[in-house]
Design a protein around this ligand. Structure first.
Ligand SMILES: Nc1ncnc2c1ncn2[C@@H]1O[C@H](COP(=O)(O)OP(=O)(O)OP(=O)(O)O)[C@@H](O)[C@H]1O
Length: 673
């Protein structure tokens, strides 16, 4: 270790001579890790690094050189029996999701239709590529743990495709200058090289698209078909989706192999799919979207049964075998996430987990006793599980059971009920018999909570949509009264946060109870699917706020509050004939001060609510700190532009110019002094 041997490469000598170089002071090559996960089969190293590795290293210096990576334990060096034991121990220690991972399409707990859709797309875009025009980008979406990745991996294996996957670098190859400026007090970390992430990604995509993997000794060269998989999306693209779009445009022009993105749905409202792949880009680049559903309970049960049986036959002394009721409870607690279900199964089967054991045995006892006592039918048993027990199971190892607003609204509006016998439920006195309903199978407050929307936003959606599901005008009147009450409960901003929950409860239960056409289980069929829409309130409120600001600034000399300006002064000014001083004022008077009696005043067009819509329209998604927002978190307009940024789908406010051209304007001068 004393000196450098004559044949030793410079990098080794440097390392030995400056072992404790300080972080910023050294002059060597940056010590960071290789940023991009190597393409399978390629060397996976940067150009410079590759050159260094290729330089001849003498035997003796090799021994002294610091290892670049920790050497993997090599099975070949060990006696055979030990290596077999190790392997089976390693297999034992694997989490069950890994140990029982699906090997064939039949093992997959995913809907067959979805597997076929992905397979057909892959075949079309890989094997019939010559005839295909345009880019080949596939977007797989769906809730976490529904088997998107597992499906793609199995199909790739079956079709003999190599998968080249991008993994976000853990650390980037910073130069010392980068580091120095990053940690500089004045820099506020602004110089963090996030741009480099996008550049690395682009570089990866270009290389993966252009080059085949290196052919290893013994590998056949017959199949060089491949796909590029992106599951780990660089953070930079969430901040600047435009940079991803540019890279994709370039990729699509030169693409030789398909590109597959896997994105999991999230329920928090900041839909990554929507921001990364807006409709314009999907259309422009012909991106094909296949949306997976949560794993069905029957499929989930099959997988859990299979695993439980396999474990029971192998590891009786270590694990409990859960019975069918426990497995069913487990399935329901996992909201269609097979990964979470298998993990929960593993934990709850372990004998060491005494608490879990207690839980399961209690669970089992209580459910058996309950049903035995009640003597209820199997169907009834199932539906009751859905309500009360689901909530209990969520608390223990269960998965967050969020639902999209679309489904939450559907549950309230369609309000499933179950017929109960007179013996089971107490009867109402005669004078209240009109309020008798079958038992509700949902818990409205729970549904609102799972939708992750505030009570007032949920009420807005309900208000917009409930009428289509009613058939009696008296019912509509009652429901609207409940909605008005709910509105009043939220009207005081200082108590709004607390009252919102009560308000949502009044609104949802009020609407459900008022709808006599869905009061009994036997009436529930035949409604069919009806689309849901976004509240018009968002646009109207935005327009109102803008008008208030515009009125205040254009007619400030009148010193009147905006409501008074718009409802009293402007209608009066609109009737005078002398022109006002400026065009903006005239336009505003025409827009706000006159009801457009002559022209056709179209209602705002309704915007459909998609099944994965986050619920708050883009026009209200503020990315700042919300400093200029109102107490509900909805931003106030920042300019006076009246209606200029209403979406194209909406009727635009009457343009002053058009009015001036079409009608003879008579506006009198009005002196405010
Ligand atoms: N029968 C099965 N079908 C599907 N996946 C299974 C099955 N059995 C075990 N698994 C395991 O469950 C996990 C499913 O996760 P997968 O990564 O495919 O989900 P995903 O939809 O891509 O979600 P995420 O985006 O959260 O990764 C995998 O680890 C897979 O090996």
């Amino acid at each position: 270790m004393s000196g450098s041997s004559p044949g030793r490469p410079a990098e080794v000598t440097d390392w030995l001579e400056h072992p404790s170089d300080d972080f910023f002071g050294s002059t060597g090559v940056p010590p960071c890790a290789v940023p991009v996960k190597p393409l399978k089969g390629s060397s996976g190293r940067g150009r410079g690094q590759k050159q260094k590795d290729l330089s001849p290293v003498p035997e003796n210096s090799k021994a002294k050189a610091p290892p670049r990576k920790r050497a993997k334990p090599c099975a070949v060096d060990l006696p055979r029996a030990t290596s077999r034991q190790n392997r089976s121990r390693a297999q034992d220690e694997l989490p069950w999701v890994e140990r029982y991972k699906p090997e064939t399409q039949n093992d997959l707990a995913v809907q067959k239709k979805k597997i076929e859709e992905v397979e057909t797309w892959l075949k079309t875009h890989i094997f019939q590529r010559q005839t295909k025009q345009g880019g080949s980008v596939l977007l797989l979406t769906g809730p976490p743990g529904c088997g998107k990745t597992a499906t793609l991996q199995i199909l790739a294996k079956d079709l003999g495709l190599q998968v080249q996957e991008w993994t976000n670098p853990l650390s980037l190859d910073f130069t010392k200058e980068d580091l120095r400026s990053m940690f500089d007090h004045d820099s506020n970390f602004h110089t963090f090289p996030s741009q480099a992430q996008a550049a690395l990604f682009q570089d990866f995509l270009l290389r993966a698209n252009k080059y085949n993997k290196l052919q290893m000794l013994g590998e056949s060269s017959e199949n060089d078909k491949k796909l590029i998989l992106i599951e780990d999306i660089p953070n930079q693209f969430y901040r600047e989706p435009g940079s991803l779009h540019d890279i994709l445009r370039r990729f699509v022009r030169t693409s030789r192999c398909p590109l597959v993105f896997i994105i999991s749905d999230n329920f928090s409202g900041d839909s990554s799919q929507r921001s990364l792949f807006p409709t314009e880009i999907v259309e422009e680049l012909c991106i094909f979207n296949i949306s997976f559903k949560p794993v069905a309970q029957t499929n989930m049960m099959k997988v859990l049964n299979r695993i439980a049986a396999a474990e029971a036959s192998m590891n009786r002394e270590k694990n409990y075998t859960l019975d069918r009721t426990s497995l069913e409870l487990l399935c329901r607690g996992c909201s269609g996430d097979i990964r979470s279900a298998i993990n929960s199964l593993q934990f709850s089967s372990m004998k060491d987990w005494s608490l879990e054991k207690e839980f399961w045995s209690k669970k089992k006892k209580s459910s058996t006793i309950k049903y035995e006592e009640a003597g209820v039918s199997k169907v009834q048993k199932k539906s009751r599980h859905d309500t009360s027990e689901d909530q209990e199971i969520q608390a223990i190892g269960g998965k967050d059971a969020s639902i999209f607003l679309f489904h939450a609204l559907g549950k309230i509006i369609y309000c499933k009920r179950e017929a109960v016998s007179e013996a089971e439920s107490p009867q109402l006195p005669g004078h209240l018999s009109k309020h008798h309903r079958d038992t509700l199978l949902i818990q409205p407050e729970g549904i609102v909570e799972k939708s992750h929307k505030s009570g007032s936003i949920f009420n807005l959606y309900l208000h917009q949509n409930y009428v289509d599901f009613f058939s009696d005008i008296d019912d509509v009147v009652r429901a609207s009264e409940y909605l008005s009450t709910a509105d009043v409960l939220c009207s005081n901003w200082s108590t709004r946060l607390v009252m919102e929950n009560y308000s949502a409860s009044v609104a949802t239960r009020g609407v459900i109870h008022s709808n006599t056409s869905r009061a009994f289980a036997h009436q529930q069929g035949g409604m069919g699917f009806r689309p849901l829409h976004k509240p018009q309130w968002f646009l109207i409120s935005k327009k109102y706020q803008e008008n208030c600001l515009a009125a205040k600034s254009l007619f400030s000399s009148f010193c009147l509050p905006p409501e008074c300006l718009q409802t009293e002064l402007l209608p009066y000014l609109a009737m005078l004939t002398n022109p006002m001083r400026n065009q903006a004022q005239i336009a505003f008077i025409q827009d706000v001060g006159r009801l457009p009696l002559k022209r056709h005043f179209g209602r705002l067009k309704l915007e459909a609510l998609g099944d994965k819509d986050p619920g708050v329209p883009e026009l209200f998604c503020c990315d700042g700190d919300g400093a200029d927002g109102d107490p509900e978190g909805l931003p106030l307009p920042s300019s006076q532009s009246s209606g200029s940024d209403l979406p194209g789908s909406q009727p635009q406010p009457i343009a002053a110019q058009a009015i001036l051209e079409e009608e003879e304007l008579k506006i009198e001068e009005y002196d405010s002094d």
